[in-house]
Ligand binder design. Structure first.
Ligand SMILES: Cc1ncc(COP(=O)(O)O)c(C=O)c1O
Length: 366
């Protein structure tokens, strides 16, 4: 059973949106991107948006917009998709790592201050698996040390932290619209949100060869989003709440069944948080055996992420900090397993996955 992870429909509305763009004949820098920027910023509760061609570009341009200089340090976590750290390096920065909370899998804010040096420019908390990082202390520490906060919200469309969505606490928030994300444009895409008009204006110029009002004012890139993708994204955005609620229902079914199993730690949703379950990730000591068992039963699972990024050679070269401080990251990587989830999977499919996991555990620990 190959489990579809995308939630995009090939419906009448989507096809008409594509037709509308073709008929207009404007495939970049047009009204669909502008509308998506306004609609998604409003949805997330921020003032401004700049649509770009991927979540990676959203992070990269955010770092360029804050004026990162060669050798500036950016603090983040090692258990994230490589894009978070690649964006830092490609912008000329040096990654510094802090450990995570072993139960929420997001940045441990209590470690943050000890990682700050005179070279620190910004903090990138990652809202992992659909759960936001603990933003209040992160913001407070950033303010105390005069640092920027760029939220990596690529997995957190619609997630909430004490009633506020990503983009509220950060100076900038970067989202991905990749096909497997909670919201997609049916291709590569992304957006940066902010309440800071100046930063968003700069990002809009950076994504378009450094052009402002038709004039080239600084060096930039071509990181623009296609109008076709933006048109599809606008439709997918209308379905986002429904898809997130569906993900939460699936998560409830998993949690109800799997909490009975001693060797499994289910994901938590701390009080005040609204988890959107981009991934439903469990921790279990027999991870590899369970994964093989599920694969043999045609159930695909994922490991996000089996590498702590500080261990990769090209990153190690830039960061020689004491790695013992990253113990929680190291300890979880052999235990985490992401089970099938999407905005569309049906209840019987999930019940079947739970049944198989129970069978596995009866077998290994009768
Ligand atoms: C946490 C995180 N950051 C950044 C990215 C990069 O987004 P994209 O693939 O759209 O470039 C992703 C996408 O997988 C992600 O999950």
């Amino acid at each position: 059973m190959k489990i579809p992870r995308t939630t995009v429909d090939v419906g009448q509305e989507e096809l008409e949106a594509v037709k509308r763009v073709f008929e207009r004949g404007q495939f970049v820098k047009g009204p669909e991107c502008e509308a998506l920027e306004k609609e998604f910023a409003t949805y997330q509760g921020t003032k401004y948006g700049a649509a770009v061609n991927s979540g990676t570009s959203a992070l990269h341009l955010s770092l360029l917009a804050i004026g990162i200089q060669s050798g500036d340090e950016i603090i983040t976590v090692p258990n994230t998709f490589a894009a978070t750290v690649n964006a830092i390096i490609m912008a000329g920065g040096r990654p510094k790592f802090v450990d995570i909370n072993p139960h929420t899998y997001t940045m441990d804010a209590t470690q943050l201050e000890s990682a700050i040096t005179p070279k620190t420019k910004a903090i990138i908390p990652v809202h992992l698996y659909g759960l936001m990082a603990d933003m209040k202390p992160i913001r407070e520490i950033a303010d105390k040390h005069d640092l920027y906060v760029i939220e990596d919200a690529c997995q957190a469309h619609g997630a909430k932290y004490f009633g506020k969505k990503a983009g509220y606490h950060g100076d900038l928030a970067a989202f991905s619209f990749f096909p497997t994300k909670n919201m997609t444009v049916a291709g590569d895409g992304g957006i940066v949100l902010s309440n800071n008009e100046e930063l968003i204006t700069k990002i809009k110029a950076l994504r378009d060869h450094g052009r402002m009002m038709g004039k080239h004012v600084f060096a930039g890139l071509n990181n623009r989003l296609s109008e076709i993708f933006a048109a599809i994204g606008r439709i997918n955005l209308k379905k986002l709440d429904e898809h997130n609620e569906h993900r939460r229902k699936i998560a409830n079914i998993y949690s109800k069944h799997l909490s009975e199993i001693q060797d499994i730690e289910i994901p938590i949703e701390p009080k005040g948080y609204y988890h959107v379950y981009h991934l439903y990730t469990i921790k279990t000591s027999n991870r590899d055996e369970l994964r093989t068992f599920l694969k043999n039963n045609n159930i695909e699972t994922g490991i996000m992420y089996d590498t702590c990024l500080d261990e990769l050679d090209y990153i190690k070269k830039l960061n020689d900090d004491d790695k013992s401080r990253l113990d929680n990251c190291k300890n979880i990587k052999s235990k985490i397993l992401s089970l099938p989830i999407s905005g569309k999977l049906e209840q019987p499919t999930i019940e079947n996955v739970c049944k198989k996991i129970k069978t596995f555990h009866q077998h290994v620990s009768p």
